[in-house]
Design a protein around this ligand. Sequence first.
Ligand code: UDP
Length: 468
Amino acid sequence: MEKEDRAYKAHCLVVPFPTQGHVNPMLQFSKRLQRKGLKVTLATTRSFRKLSSPPSTSIALETISDGYDEGGMAVAENIGDYLDRFREIGSRTLTELIEKLSDLGHKVHCIVYDAFMPWPLDVAKRFGIVGATFFTQSCAVDNIYYNVQQGLLKVPPSTDEADEILVPGVRVPLRASDMPSFVSVPSQYPAFLRMVVDQFSNVDKADWIFCNTFYELEVEEADWMSKFWPLLRTIGPTIPSMYLDKRHEDDKEYGYSLFKPNSDACLKWLNERQKGSVAYVSFGSLAELGAEQMEELGWGLKNSNIYFLWVVREKEANKLPKGFAEAISEKGLVVSWCPQLEVLANEAVGCFVTHCGWNSTLEALSSGVPMVAVPQWTDQSTNAKYIMDVWKMGLRAQADEKGIVRREEIECCVREILEGERGKEITKNALKWKELAGKAADEGGSSDRNIDEFTAKLVQHANVHVAS
Ligand code: UDP
């Protein structure tokens, strides 16, 4: 360790927002930086560290405090209070951590921080070190929030589904139902809206802007952002190498997990199925479906008569339709969590019924698995729009006037992808995106070059600093 530490070229402190879908992409990015010769320390909150099982990684792990060490966001009065306290206690404990690392001989040269919390940039500036903001959502979604922040897009833009909304930096016209929910129904999520808009509050002062996407996927969107911030770089997808460019055999593990996967059961079951015959169904780590939606989804899957692997988190299991387990017999497997990347990489999986979280979207894209989009909230509707109409690698299941996707619609979309004519075209496109994602991350690919450029400039900066 001593020897390795002395060999590093510069030191990055990476500070993610404390949810699984934010920590893991930044951990993957950390691994890529480390492979380029940087020392990386990842600082999660104490509460996140307590609640999750840590990955086995050579990245140094440290903690800061969000002011809620015994439970994190879940025990805060509301998200607004949480963010305010995190800013206050987080700034102080991040400062202490930088001082501690410096005392130990590991001077920090750069803070890479999640754009959901803009305050680490102030800490970086106080120490005179480089500040790099990391956007964890798509550039299209970032551009929507930026337009809101600039007052160029009113909130909500329209509530009439017939209206086409043109947003600068978004290449397709959007309907109200394609907008991020924080923008389309702001009264439901005032604190979240403030958080996503505040991502841009001090971004002009950031030295670098990283986006977890890849250039070929969002050319127009990334170019539009780059007009304002020339040091914006696409560095994704942030997925372990063995599921992407396959350059590093030891890089297979995804990272932190708040839930324990039923890995053996899932993979054994999938290995007994034929190629492209299974629908994998998951709504990520946070979404809570209503009982009626769960029921429609369940019976839709059953009625499709297609094999399915459905992740229903333990807390959600009480919403499974009555008599469901007996009714599906060997056609379906319901688990409480699974190793998603391994599942998507399994050749039995032919489609992914997803809530369109950005990580799940990137993972499906990088694995070449077509999607049935069933977005729930936050940026998922915009991701669904792009999946269907821009990247043409999936279908969006239409909800009824109550906002519920009915069983017939689920059945129809799954069958269309696995058995229909459109499905063949969609699967072809999905494989194209898989190839492009792998190339972006591979040596000399767009994301790899961007990471090289950042590393080289940071090392230069660190050397100048040592010399002066
Ligand atoms: N995931 C997993 N096993 C599951 C379901 C999800 O490992 O059974 C992982 C998935 O690979 C992804 C993350 O959980 O990396 C979900 O992130 P996403 O952004 O898609 O959604 P969120 O959970 O933030 O809503």
